[in-house]
Design a protein around this ligand. Structure first.
Ligand code: B12
Length: 212
């Protein structure tokens, strides 16, 4: 049983150097990367997500932890190809068409990655057809959309319709978020889920895929 206490602490405090050293140390010792991911990164990012949701930390701290985690992931990503890693699910994420806000979306993408999901970030101003194309290509489990403008929220509905028209709506779960988005709006447009922040986005994604 490996001890990930120092790795978890380093990620929570955004100490890149220490976190990378801990990750490399674990890899050198031959620790299974799934274990590093589950008991190190995911545990740390779960804690960060909870602290953020409770208002105990704010965007800069969460970004710092997410960036630290990303730096560590760069060290272990080459090993994924060797099949040592089981993804929790495949997520296609993007900010909807005509919307360039991406800070929140990037946080959600990073937290999802920290949560063990394979994330394909399509960037900003993503047209419904692009979400459909990428979801189909990747055989995505989740399509996640972000909107920060009340005027671009309608593109979420359009994307859901496009998924229906492409015949793949029942193969993916749709989750939405962004400051003007609400649970009520998610119900209205028949999205599967809404999350108010990046921490709860991971929890919601796990629930959607039946991972507890
Ligand atoms: C930064 C910013 C910009 C930057 C964006 C830079 C970037 N790279 O993102 C710039 C300067 C480019 C910009 C431009 C504009 N902006 Co602006 N912008 C903001 C600002 C100040 C902060 C947004 C932000 O990053 N918040 C921090 C992040 C962390 O929070 P968040 O995005 O809400 O994300 C969290 C949750 O919502 C959730 N979440 C987000 N996405 C998702 C997705 C999923 C799937 C899930 C589950 C959860 C989730 O998790 C995130 C993390 O916890 C807001 C005001 C504000 N205080 O919110 C205005 C704001 C969003 N902008 C606004 C406007 C009007 C504009 C412009 C139209 C201005 C103009 N006239 O040109 C343009 C639009 C350009 C366009 N076509 O998109 C308005 C929107 C009003 C409205 N309701 O429609 C706001 C609210 C400002 C205001 N009070 O008027 N903007």
């Amino acid at each position: 049983m490996s001890d990930f206490k120092f790795l978890i602490e380093a990620v929570i405090h955004g100490d890149v150097q220490r976190a990378v050293a801990e990750t490399e140390g674990a890899l050198d010792k031959g620790v299974d990367i799934q274990e590093i991911l589950d008991k190190g990164f995911i545990a740390a990012m779960d804690e960060v997500g909870q602290q953020y949701s409770k208002g105990q930390i704010f965007v800069p701290e969460m970004l710092r932890s997410a960036k630290t985690m990303k730096e560590c992931m760069r060290r272990i990503r080459p090993l994924f190809a060797k099949g040592d890693f089981t993804s929790k699910g495949k997520v296609v994420i993007g900010t909807v068409k005509q919307d360039v806000h991406d800070i929140g979306k990037n946080l959600v993408a990073m937290m999802m990655e920290g949560g063990g999901f394979t994330v394909n970030d399509l960037g900003v101003e993503v047209a419904p057809e692009k979400f459909v194309h990428q979801a189909r290509e990747m055989k995505a489990d989740i399509v996640a959309m972000s909107a920060l403008l009340s005027t671009t929220m309608s593109a979420m509905r359009e994307t859901i319709v496009a998924l229906q028209e492409a015949g793949i709506r029942d193969q993916v779960k749709v989750m939405i978020g962004g400051a003007p988005v609400t649970e009520q709006f998610a119900l209205e447009i028949k999205a599967d889920s809404y999350a108010p922040d990046a921490g709860s986005a991971v929890i919601v994604a796990r629930k959607l895929l039946g991972i507890f």
